[in-house]
Design a protein around this ligand. Structure first.
Ligand code: GUN
Length: 286
């Protein structure tokens, strides 16, 4: 049985550091780091995510502002709200929960957020900064994956890493961070030929495809580290259950270390969002 990488425990440590930084910013500069979350429409999963983000923000002593807009909200109305938040000195981080209803242009919305308040790290300026190895606000999920990986591999230099999935939110920024850490990086995706053997060659596999139990033990080199970004709700014996992109039961027998679902990447993502909010607040002091 492999080592379990406990995202709940590691995220608690990150949240404690965030809470200390919040206290420091309050005491030294009289500012309350504040996150504004914008939620458009009725997507149930998005409502759960946003509730958790706001709850955790409150727990670490941060301010949070929730804007819930109806599904029919126009692009202009959303742009106007972001404009107000961009110009509000008491708002340090802005997060627009994705996906947006299909009549709204996500790229336009992301680009309208002030890059210094873009705690998701999705603005083109922050994406470019990450791609060229400059300091930036880094997307939360890949950042959380890196913190977990470093628990197992304090030095990632020279490791062969395969990222399965090429989304803008996870796969691409994950690959950029691994490259920055001197890994030899491969991005595998739906058109990759012989994807199993590509993965089986890796010291580190990061699974971010959004397909339940897609990766099984045959894909994994004995002793490899496996990070499972997937959160898929499926029916098992008539019950709704969350499973990852990795078939945990089979892979846990062969991997050296593995993240569970739930209790792995999920809590790290929220912790990193709040970490980004304190970083954004500190940068805005200058
Ligand atoms: N939807 C799913 N993941 C994310 C995320 O990291 N940020 C935002 N804004 N929306 C998401």
């Amino acid at each position: 049985m492999s080592q379990l990488i406990d995202g709940t425990k590691i995220s608690t440590q990150v949240l404690e550091e965030v809470a200390s930084e919040v206290e420091l910013l309050k005491a030294e500069f009289d500012i309350v780091p504040t996150l504004a979350v914008v939620l458009v429409g009725e997507d149930p999963a998005s409502h759960v995510y946003v509730r958790n983000k706001v709850k955790r923000a409150t727990e670490v002593g941060m301010g949070s502002i929730e804007h819930r807009l109806e599904a029919e909200t126009t692009q202009d109305a959303l742009n106007d709200l972001i404009d107000v938040l961009n110009n509000d000195p008491e708002v340090h981080g802005i997060l627009v929960q994705l996906p947006l209803p299909s009549h709204l242009n996500e790229d336009e919305v992301i680009a309208s957020i002030h890059p210094a308040k873009d705690v998701d790290g999705f603005h083109p300026l922050n994406v470019g900064a990450l791609a060229s190895g400059r300091e930036s606000l880094v997307p939360c999920t890949p950042q959380g994956c890196m913190i977990m990986l470093r628990q197992v591999h304090p030095d990632l230099s020279g490791k062969k890493a395969v990222v399965v999935g090429r989304s803008n939110i996870v796969g691409k920024p994950m690959a950029a961070l691994l490259l920055q850490a001197n890994c030899t990086v491969t991005i595998a995706h739906s058109r990759t030929k012989d994807i199993e053997s590509v993965c089986r060659n890796a010291d580190i596999v990061v699974a971010a495809v959004g397909r339940p139990k897609f990766i099984n033990a045959d894909w994994i080199k004995p002793g490899a580290t496996v990070i499972d970004v997937g959160i898929n709700a499926i029916d098992i014996d008539g019950k709704r259950k969350l499973v990852g992109d990795v078939d945990f039961e089979s892979v846990a027998d062969i991997a050296g270390a593995i993240t569970p679902v739930p209790g792995g990447v999920g809590p790290m993502t929220i912790a990193c969002l709040l970490l980004n909010t304190t970083r954004a607040a500190r940068h805005q002091l200058a």
